[in-house]
Design a protein. Structure first.
Length: 91
């Protein structure tokens, strides 16, 4: 077991891909960290437990690590994330 720190904009799916090589591990990752909803937003700086014995595709994991790739694809939507007059038009 090891720990990683959640980066800004990372979702549980991003971390599953980065650390396990497949999003198939998202359920195990959530379970290991007491996360009940896999679509919940993660707080940057949160420490998550990673079980290296659960890696699905080592080639993907090694590619991400060797190239310092940290996926961060969380999409935040809603009025709180829109700029009035830019993508939230009032007519």
């Amino acid at each position: 077991m090891s720990n990683i720190i959640v980066l800004n904009g990372q979702s549980l799916f991003d971390i599953a891909l980065q650390e396990y090589g497949s999003i198939e591990a998202v359920f195990q990752l959530a379970d290991d960290n007491g996360i009940t909803n896999i679509t919940d937003s993660l707080i940057p700086g949160t420490e998550l437990i990673i079980d290296e014995n659960m890696i699905i595709d080592k080639n993907v994991v090694n590619y991400y690590k060797n190239n310092a790739i940290y996926p961060a694809n969380e999409v935040r939507t809603g009025v709180g994330y829109m700029a009035i007059g830019v993508d939230f038009i009032i007519s």
